[in-house]
Design a binder for this molecule. Structure first.
Ligand code: 3HC
Length: 707
């Protein structure tokens, strides 16, 4: 028998234990070991029942994702499940931790399931662009009912065995799980327990479905997950579960699973699964670097960003001091936070007691001296270097000597801010994305002198507060906002050249981003961008191109500041966020174009997409080559979790490498340089791109500093 699976005997019960850290995934040696153990126990006349449990932190968390795309290795999971289902004696799966994907599917092939308190189960395959391919789409509806199973499989959510997933388990057992499961099985055998198969059950909720039920479900799925393959395939499988005999349903599942597995979307989502976990690993940060415990956090600035950050930490059980310059300012901030919590309660996302407990963790203060108790101080004030330096100088004196000092700047020089504190080794950038309590990305900006311990603590903390942390070096805009620049620039230039705003945004939303660049500018505030441009222009950081930002600067001059004034690039009806094209803006742009000598023309969708996204990707390649990002996949994580780049495209660099091709990107950058002119270097290919294309290298394998 192979190592990761043990077979032991306990008073007539065979106990099979899977021990394959870290998450007991169903790798080939586990499948082989399981098959042998189940067959041996099934044949053994002295064994009256089998308990299947796992060692370590969790029950089986699914198929081994690292095996996907590799040649198939026997035995298949289907063979193992078949052996379990036909063992000829009761088989009890003893669940703890998380029983996910193939792990739950395996448990559903056992005749019974018991679980430790707090166990969660789920079929998260949709998050990998897949569907449950080992009978999950056919068995879960038989245990949970059609609607609940459909919802669980479409969202990939984990469900607790005590409530939503109560139908999956026969008993929740206290005490040492394997012992409790053995005792439970012995008790049940004494009462005449016989094996039973989930496949033989009916599907509750499938009896009297109205005609067109699944078409309505499909329409909803298309609305909620536009462009995605797996969710529609899942609906097809659940429809089969509801309308066909079990075996035929399994055939549908098998075919649909194979289609999903072949899809580029699944490869993209698998890439992201590992990218997210890889991002937490920093090559020159020793694994054993000590970390500090962060219990108390002080947030300076009670505006939208500061308030969101305070909520993040309060939600994660930390005590928060929210500081602003006056009692009224901090009160306003706290009112907004309270409103957010109340909204979550009224929408049923949070219960009242939890919301109020979280709110109670936030203490207001109107003096910077209130930072004195904090383990971590996060500054989230207005984007002004001098102001931030003044605050950090004061923090150097007032914060505890071992406190971590973080700035939430989105563009400014973290090293310059750090220097002002007099203790730059304690300073780091923690760049949250708005709304900070919702967006999952946290850019962790490592300054020149940031101590390893500070970085390691922030990486761990990111995880603890439910964020995906990505390390960035110091540069203007870090990873995300620096890449945003070319994207916004070209959107503005195309407006000037005659493309309609709604067409530009439409191309981007059709591609899968939640919002186009122009609607996004209206939301963020046109004055915000104009102010940044003015500062950068003053500092000589912008090209001497009169067209650069010209449309938006003119709109800002006219007081068309975006959604907040009801007018920006678009018009907004009173109290509405729905962007409507504005003929006034079209006329204004036409006259501006004439003043600047820019000819207007029809711009097709392909050009719109490429002019928005190719400069963004090209900048990403520079960021990678400069070592600002540690790896291409980190850049993908930033864009998916911080900017809503469609996860099923894998992030901008995965997309360019897998779906577009680096040679094509290079060719098009050169073409646009010729067609549009390259006086300001907008279309100059990143040196890394030229090199990778010349050498046939892969972006995914590239590491900064490597050749
Ligand atoms: N296959 C291979 N490796 C896996 C894995 C899997 N299914 N699940 C987790 N891992 C690895 C991670 O990559 C990570 O490796 P690293 O330490 O080298 O970075 C390690 O296990 C620990 O994972 P996490 O950091 O995610 O640990 P957490 O404790 O935070 O979370 C978990 C544990 C909830 C189990 C989480 O890992 C998870 O959600 N895993 C994926 C579960 C999943 O998607 N299962 C379905 C697989 S597809 C399938 O089963 C197809 C079937 O229908 C036929």
């Amino acid at each position: 028998m192979s190592d990761p699976v043990r077979l032991e005997h306990c008073h007539g019960i065979a106990v099979i234990t899977v021990d394959h850290p870290p998450v007991n995934a169903l790798s080939q040696p586990v499948r082989a070991g399981l098959l042998e153990a189940v067959q041996t126990a099934a044949r053994d006349q002295a064994v009256s029942g089998i308990v299947l449990a796992c060692a370590g932190r969790t029950f089986i968390a699914g198929a081994d994702i690292t095996e996907f795309g590799r040649p198939h290795a026997e035995p298949s999971l289907a063979r193992v499940l078949d052996a379990l289902e036909h063992a000829g004696k009761p088989v009890v799966a003893a669940l703890h931790g998380t029983a996910l994907g193939g792990g739950l599917e395996l448990a559903m092939c056992c005749s019974h399931r018991v679980a430790a308190p707090g166990t969660r189960v789920g079929l998260p395959e949709v998050k990998l662009g897949l569907l449950p391919g080992a009978g999950g789409t056919q068995r879960l509806p038989r245990l949970l009912g059609l609607d609940a199973a459909l919802e669980a499989i479409l969202t990939g959510r984990m469900l607790k065995v005590e409530d939503e997933a109560a139908g999956v388990v026969d008993a929740v057992l206290e005490g040492e799980l394997t012992e409790a499961a053995v005792a439970w099985l012995q008790g049940q055998l004494a009462e005449g327990l016989t094996p039973r198969r989930v496949r033989e059950l009916g599907v509750p909720g499938a009896e009297a479905l109205p005609s067109g039920h699944f078409d309505a479900v499909r329409a909803q799925v298309v609305r909620e997950a536009p462009g995605q393959v797996a969710p529609l395939q899942i609906v097809a499988c659940l429809e089969a579960a509801a309308t066909l005999p079990f075996e035929q349903g399994m055939n549908v599942e098998r075919e649909r699973f194979a289609e999903c597995m072949r899809s580029p979307q699944s490869r993209a989502l698998q890439h992201l699964f590992f990218a997210e976990r890889e991002a937490a690993k920093v090559p020159d940060l020793p694994r054993e670097t000590p970390t500090r415990v962060i219990r108390r956090v002080a947030v300076i600035g009670a505006g939208t960003m500061g308030g969101g950050i305070a909520m993040c930490f309060a939600n994660a059980g930390r005590e928060v001091t929210l500081i602003d310059t006056s009692e009224s300012a901090v009160r306003r901030g706290l009112d907004v936070i309270e409103g957010n919590y109340r909204r979550s309660v009224s929408r049923g996302r949070l219960d009242e007691a939890t919301a109020m407990a979280r709110l109670a963790r936030i203490t207001p203060a109107d003096q910077l001296a209130a930072v004195s108790e904090a383990d971590l101080v996060i500054e989230a004030v207005y984007e002004d270097l001098v102001l931030k330096q003044r605050i950090f100088a004061e923090l150097g004196e007032r914060a505890r000597p071992d406190a971590i000092l973080a700035t939430n700047t989105s563009t400014l020089d973290v090293d310059a801010i750090a220097a002002a504190s007099g203790a730059p080794e304690r300073v780091i950038g923690l760049h949250f994305f708005s709304p900070a309590n919702v967006m999952r990305l946290l850019e962790i900006v490592r300054g020149r002198e940031t101590a390893d311990e500070v970085l390691a603590t922030c990486l761990r903390l990111a995880r603890e507060i439910g964020k995906v942390g990505v390390v960035s070096g110091v540069c203007y805009g870090f990873i995300g906002n620096r890449m945003l620049e070319g994207y916004g620039r070209e959107a503005g230039l195309m407006l000037l050249e005659g493309a309609a705003a709604e067409r530009i945004d439409g191309v981007i939303t059709d591609f899968g981003l939640p919002m186009g660049p122009l609607a996004m500018g209206d939301l963020a505030g046109i004055d915000v961008g104009a102010r940044v441009r003015a500062e950068r222009r003053g500092a000589g950081m912008l090209p001497a191109d009169p067209r650069y930002g010209a449309v938006h600067d003119r709109l800002a001059d006219l007081g068309r500041l975006g959604q907040k004034t009801g007018r920006g690039v678009y018009r907004y009806a009173e109290g509405s966020r729905r962007a409507q094209p504005d003929p006034e803006v079209t006329a204004l742009i036409a006259s501006l174009a004439e003043d600047l000598g820019v000819g207007q023309r029809e711009i097709d969708d392909k050009e719109i997409l490429e002019r928005c996204l190719f400069p963004l990707v090209n900048e990403g390649l520079r960021i990678l080559e400069e070592g600002i990002a540690l790896r291409a996949s980190d850049i993908d994580v930033v864009w998916v979790y911080g900017y809503g780049f469609p996860a099923w495209r894998g992030g901008p660099l995965h997309w360019i490498e897998e779906a577009v091709g680096l040679p094509y990107l290079l060719e098009r950058l050169r073409l646009y340089a010729t067609l549009l002119g390259n006086e300001y270097g907008y279309w100059t290919p990143a040196p890394l791109l030229e090199r990778l294309v010349a050498e046939g290298g892969r972006l995914a394998d590239y590491r900064p500093g490597s050749r």
